[in-house]
Design a protein around this ligand. Structure first.
Ligand SMILES: Nc1ncnc2c1ncn2[C@@H]1O[C@H](COP(=O)(O)OP(=O)(O)O)[C@@H](O)[C@H]1O
Ligand SMILES: [Mg+2]
Length: 261
């Protein structure tokens, strides 16, 4: 939630830029994420993102699409402060992400969950323990942990596998555990970077169904980077298209329009 000070700061930044209040109060509050003139140039001289302006509403489901090297992962990484932009401003849930001190990054990380292509489960922990770990590190009680872990595992359809170890699960199941881990603290935002990249089409659609349910029932804002045209075309969500670091399209209810991307 935007705290009052941040809201006023945001409002002023628009007054400053446009001279008039172009955005109504309601619209400002609705945005969970705002990027303003964001550029990312890596130390080796490669510019991965050019002058990106983007607003993502709370509760929305957004695909970030584009070919390999178009800047999808860089965009996702900047949202959770794995990378800092070299220019511009990124606001996530009222926090000015680039300006956050390292000691305050945890405030941002608590607002979000992250899912990667390669699951990243801890191999020596069971399904239950993998998910519970995310709550233990923030000091949750045992009871709260148990309640949230079982709810999350139920949502991803794995309540019957709580005692299994990751190597006793299929790829699709491992990814569902990773999703349960990412949502167990009930974050406002779920970032997914090619979550179906290692899965066959059928397993991929199962993952998409889980993500869609989370978006609908929890109201979690979801941003998912993918290069899978089939998935994007079937899901009919809003689509941000990147090409060589440039935003080339932002469609509210999109399909993977451009076959050349
Ligand atoms: N850590 C890094 N250092 C230097 N260049 C990078 C780094 N990460 C990504 N890049 C470059 O930035 C561009 C965008 O990469 P990336 O964001 O990973 O794209 P995508 O996820 O769409 O494949 C590519 O040219 C890539 O080589
Ligand atoms: Mg990538």
């Amino acid at each position: 939630m935007l705290i009052r000070g941040d809201f006023i700061k945001l409002l002023f930044c628009y007054v400053e830029k446009y001279g008039i209040i172009k955005y109504t109060k309601v619209e400002v509050i609705m945005d969970l994420i705002r990027l303003k003139n964001v550029e990312k140039k890596y130390k080796n001289g490669v510019t991965a993102i050019y002058d990106l302006n983007l607003a993502i509403e709370k509760g929305s489901f957004t695909f970030v699409i584009g070919g390999s090297g178009s800047g999808k992962s860089t965009l996702i990484k900047m949202l959770y402060r794995e990378e800092k932009p070299t220019k511009g401003q990124i606001i996530v849930g009222g926090l000015d992400v680039a300006k956050l001190r390292n000691s305050k990054v945890y405030k941002l990380r608590r607002k979000l969950g992250i899912v990667f292509q390669d699951y990243r489960l801890l191999p020596k922990l069971t399904v239950y323990e993998n998910v519970a770990f995310a709550m233990e590190v923030i000091g949750a009680t045992k009871e709260a942990t148990r309640k949230n872990v079982l709810r999350a595992l139920e949502e991803v359809g794995l309540k019957n596998k709580v005692h299994n170890y990751p190597d006793q699960l299929s790829g699709g199941e491992q990814q569902r555990v990773a999703i349960a881990r990412a949502i167990v603290n009930n974050p406002k935002l779920l970032l997914c970077d090619e979550p179906t990249g290692n899965l066959d089409p059928e397993r991929s659609m199962e993952i998409m169904k889980v993500l869609e349910d989370i978006n609908k029932t929890r109201g979690t804002t979801i941003i998912m980077a993918t290069h899978d045209k089939e998935i994007v075309n079937r899901m009919k969500k809003q689509v941000v298209t990147l090409k060589d670091g440039h935003l080339v399209n932002f469609k509210k209810k999109g399909t993977y329009v451009d076959e050349n991307i």
